[in-house]
Structures are given as structure tokens and as C-alpha cells.
Design a protein. Sequence first.
Length: 92
Amino acid sequence: MGALVEPHWAADGPRQRGEVPIMGFDEIKNKVQDMVSDNADKVSDGIDKATDFIDDKTGGKYSEHLDGVDDKARDFIDGLDGEKGEDNPPQS
């Protein structure tokens, strides 16, 4: 194995070639929010496919719970996207 490389924790100062800047929690959170906002339909479709797959594999035993997961996830995504309740009314 190669030698361990110590991370560079300094927030300022010159960086060496190839060094990756360290992101703070807020920066990461903002990037995730931006990615979800830009791709809300794709994220929602992915959640639907995942819960449909689980529902299929469990023989519909947990359908009501999975519908709740879909609804909560959609509300969360809409909240990040700034569209809560506008285009995605709750499903019955």
C-alpha cells in the first residue's frame, strides 16, 4: 500500500496542485438542495420506482406504508424545490 497522506485542513492559503478543497456542511447541504431542485422529477421517479419494487417483492404486504413513504418523500422534495403543494397534491 502507498503512504498515507495527511489532509490539508487550512481554510485559506495556497493549495498544492491536485489538492481538493474541503467543503463545510452548509456547502454540501446547499449543493444537494440545488441538485434535487434541478432534478426533482427524476428524484421523485426514482423514489416511486424504489417503493414499487419493494411493494412487488413483498407481495403488497406493506403497500399502505410505502404509499406513505412516497407521499413524505414527495413533500420533502417539493419543500426543497420550493413548490410545496403547488403541482403535487397529496395522493389518496
